[in-house]
Design a protein around this ligand. Structure first.
Ligand SMILES: *Cc1c(COP(=O)(O)O)cnc(C)c1O
Length: 377
């Protein structure tokens, strides 16, 4: 049996830290505090959608955001009454209807989505709450920034949509050079000005994700959308004192001694160099262990970069380790051979480790199968 462990004190620390960062360095011109929108898509970044949502609410978060209709419904079914923004624009009638019935703030990023929402509002005889999405160069959801007259035109005759916010999304906020974020920000502000000139209500403005709000004090606008920073797993150097949330807990299932020159794992990529005492741990890549994001191979420069990195890495110890707690303390043990779907084999030669001893594995919760229990301790 295994579970994903979430340390409540560490998570509280991160929430407090993020509130502090936003509070002390980010006040709007009108002296209103900047709002935190907690993004909990992807099963709450792996922390368990409902459990995590409740934890955030208990710690003062009052605005959530999700990416799918399913997530939004699940939260409402769990009796979570907080404000929820659905971040993805949809022009599918059925989806807008379900979102509206569940009192979810929808995102409108196209003329089609806008028209569909307007019709639904008329049919239901109620105002629909929405945020407008501007595509400032991401190529996903949103009205294209370079055609502001089309946005104005689309919004002119709309009477039943209450625009509570307008937002955009950075594609490169984690990058050490900020030119592109700067560009996207200016494109966004430009669209906002044109909307205002045309007397179109824009509501609260937001563009920053975690890397964005941590790096750019001057771009926080009225709200920041925070996901990965709550887990302390950000794509920029963590100079903010955020703690890394989540590890996998399991137990040693079997122990045995393998003879010299014995194969371990698929593809016969590892052979014991001498007689080796090993522990079998029932965890593998299905539990998120050693799962990494796919490499970008679109640009030649990326391919080159990976080759250079691989050569450098070949001189370093890139072995994987797990921590096993025995009666005589915690021990770092090396993983031998390939990681299997549900199994790994670890070297415990000379270590006083027994069957049942607890094992800690560093995993990104996002990659941990949602069937695995989330335990808040
Ligand atoms: C996922 C997401 C976020 C949060 O991003 P982090 O980098 O994890 O903070 C914010 N906005 C949108 C639109 C997203 O999809």
């Amino acid at each position: 049996m295994k579970s994903l462990i979430i340390n409540k004190d560490d998570l509280k620390h991160n929430i407090r830290k993020i509130k502090q960062i936003v509070k002390y360095t980010g006040r709007q011109d009108n002296h209103k505090p900047i709002k935190i929108i907690a993004v909990i898509k992807g099963n709450g970044y792996g922390l368990g959608l409902v459990q995590y949502a409740k934890f955030l609410i208990d710690n003062g978060i009052d605005f959530l955001a999700v990416s799918t209709v399913e997530e939004a419904i699940k939260l409402r079914e769990a009796k979570i009454e907080t404000k929820i923004l659905m971040l993805s624009s949809t022009a599918i009638k059925k989806e807008i209807e379900i979102l509206v019935e569940n009192d979810i703030i929808i995102t409108i990023g196209s003329k089609e989505a806008l028209e569909q929402a307007e019709q639904i509002a008329i049919k239901k005889n109620k105002k629909i709450k929405a945020h407008l999405k501007i595509d400032t160069g991401f190529g996903r959801y949103g009205f294209i920034y370079s055609k502001p007259e089309e946005i104005v035109q689309a919004l002119k005759n709309v009477k039943n949509i209450e625009i509570e916010g307008t937002f955009s999304h950075f594609s490169l906020a984690f990058y050490k050079k900020d030119e592109y974020s700067e560009k996207q920000f200016n494109r966004f502000i430009n669209v906002i000005e044109i909307l205002k000139q045309n007397k179109i209500e824009t509501g609260m403005l937001h563009i920053c994700n975690s890397s964005g709000f941590l790096k750019f004090k001057s771009k926080r606008l009225n709200a920041v959308r925070v996901g990965s920073a709550f887990l302390g797993r950000i794509a920029i150097p963590n100079i903010y004192g955020l703690k890394k949330i989540g590890y996998l807990k399991s137990n040693v299932a079997e122990i045995k001694t393998l003879p010299k020159k014995f194969n371990i794992g698929y593809s016969n990529s590892y052979q014991t160099k001498q007689e080796t005492k090993v522990a079998i741990i029932p965890c593998g890549y299905c539990d998120g262990f050693n799962v990494k994001e796919q490499r970008d191979m679109f640009r030649k420069i990326d391919k080159l970069r990976y080759i250079v990195r691989d050569i450098k890495d070949s001189f370093k110890d890139k072995s994987l380790y797990v921590e096993i707690s025995s009666k005589t303390g915690e021990k770092k043990c090396k993983v031998l051979g390939r990681v299997g779907m549900y199994h790994i084999t670890c070297d415990i030669t000379g270590k006083n480790i027994e069957i049942g001893d607890e094992v800690k594995l560093d995993v990104n919760p996002l990659f941990v199968n949602s069937t695995i229990r989330r335990e808040y301790i």
